[in-house]
Design a protein around this ligand. Structure first.
Ligand SMILES: C[S@@+](CC[C@H](N)C(=O)[O-])C[C@H]1O[C@@H](n2cnc3c(N)ncnc32)[C@H](O)[C@@H]1O
Ligand SMILES: [Zn+2]
Length: 295
């Protein structure tokens, strides 16, 4: 964590400001320490990551298990996931990432919050090609995945002051009206039953007139593909939730009090065999779209 993050942080339990004690620092970065509020809610900074004690999802994205399986060889995890992704989808995802770059180049934001950074596909590409003065704040439920993101990015960009926060994006430890942009590359789309909360909270932390740029993948309404996805969620015990068709997505944004949005389809195709994700569904139409919603 870098000290400039502190003014943006609030306690996720009581929303009061946080104070900082530093136990260990290196090159201006706080590696070990504590953030705490006046109600004495305390959270550790470990390996440079502020840990708000969020717990990984049970049904997907179990990063700590996967890292264990690969003996903490995070580069191998990345390679493995890349090699299993259908080739067409890989190309299409690059087009989506280009849209994020264009957006940031146009908007020139100062502080940008990345919701659900995961293994950091988006952030890596952005660091390569966007304004070096942008301050990125990476978030994820998984402390583990952020810890490795930090190491990966440190190796490549040793001088960048990137902040990492392990937290639940439906209850961000971030001040109201403070972010110049919030971005999410299939992060909000992965929040399952917390999606509405994620949209609401992204809006809360944005400054007025600032945008949430969010990429989504969807299938045709009332199609077999929609049924297949919904059934899978039911199997995981997640009911009454859908964010996989355009009308569903619009409704979810309305529910999240963020009705003003534009959806741009960036790519479409027919799903190939895909062992990694529920969408695209093999043999069924899908679209990759980017949603811009301005506060
Ligand atoms: C597909 S990954 C996102 C990809 C990522 N944005 C990238 O650029 O590589 C989905 C991520 O969402 C995270 N996630 C799911 N629910 C979340 C929540 N409520 N708060 C924060 N992160 C969440 C998961 O831990 C997982 O890392
Ligand atoms: Zn507190």
């Amino acid at each position: 964590m870098y000290s400039e993050l502190l003014e943006f942080l609030v306690c996720p339990k009581c929303k009061h400001a946080l104070h900082l004690t530093i136990d260990e620092g290196k090159d201006d970065e706080i590696i070990t320490g504590t953030v705490f509020c006046n109600d004495n809610h305390r959270f550790q900074i470990r390996n440079g990551v502020v840990d708000f004690n969020s717990v990984e999802q049970e049904f997907a994205n179990n990063w700590s298990e996967l890292h264990k399986e690969y003996e903490n060889d995070y580069d191998k995890v990345d390679q493995e996931i890349q090699s299993r992704m259908p080739e067409l989808l890989k190309q299409q995802q690059k087009l989506v990432i280009e849209k994020f770059k264009d957006f940031l180049i146009k908007q020139k934001p100062n502080f940008v919050l990345d919701i659900a950074t995961g293994r950091g596909d988006l952030i890596r590409a952005l660091l390569e090609d966007t304004d070096p003065n942008i301050n990125y704040i990476c978030t994820d439920l998984s402390y583990d995945v952020l810890m490795y993101d930090r190491l990966k990015l440190k190796k490549r960009y040793p001088n960048k002051r990137i902040n990492f926060i392990a937290c639940d994006a439906s209850n961000l430890p971030i001040r109201n009206n403070s972010m110049d942009a919030v971005i999410s590359f299939y992060g909000i789309a992965n929040m399952a039953d917390k999606t509405v909360g994620g949209i609401k909270d992204a809006k809360r932390v944005l400054k007025k007139n600032a945008s949430l740029l969010n990429s989504v993948m969807y299938v045709e309404e009332n199609s077999e593909a929609q049924k297949i996805i919904e059934e899978s969620f039911k199997e995981y015990g997640i009911n009454g939730f859908s964010f996989f068709t355009e009308p569903n997505i619009r409704d979810t944004y309305k529910e999240g009090s963020f009705p003003q949005m534009t959806i741009e389809v960036v790519a479409e195709g027919i799903g190939e065999y895909n062992e990694l994700d529920l969408v695209p569904v093999e043999g069924h139409w899908y679209a990759l779209a980017i949603i811009d919603s301005k506060k």
